[in-house]
Write a new protein. Structure first.
Length: 97
């Protein structure tokens, strides 16, 4: 079973330089459109209407590292990542009293 996603991502198209580094890192998550600007994708949906934080795409678990690297290397600093809350795992250890 693939790792569950803990990240969501969005792009501020006003800041995007159209460099395309993001598509090199994670083509399943980022796509350059005809306008030369990068957009997030989730499956077949392209998040471009209206863009911004209301357009959060879920990042596949196996692409989390790639998306984080894309955000770090983005020359326009336009990729924004949000971490979802993850439940705490119970450990098989005795409780302390």
């Amino acid at each position: 079973m693939p790792p569950q996603s803990r990240l969501k991502v969005w792009i501020d198209q006003d800041l995007c330089t159209g460099d395309g580094l993001c598509t090199d890192h994670a083509p399943e998550v980022f796509r350059l459109l005809e306008d030369g600007i990068a957009y997030c994708v989730e499956g077949t949906k392209v998040f471009n209407d209206p863009g911004g934080a209301s357009e959060l795409a879920t990042v596949p678990g196996f692409r989390e590292r790639d998306v984080i690297e894309a955000a770090a290397e983005c020359p326009g600093e336009c990729i924004f990542i949000e971490f979802e809350e993850t439940p705490l795992l119970e450990l098989d250890s005795p409780t302390l009293s």
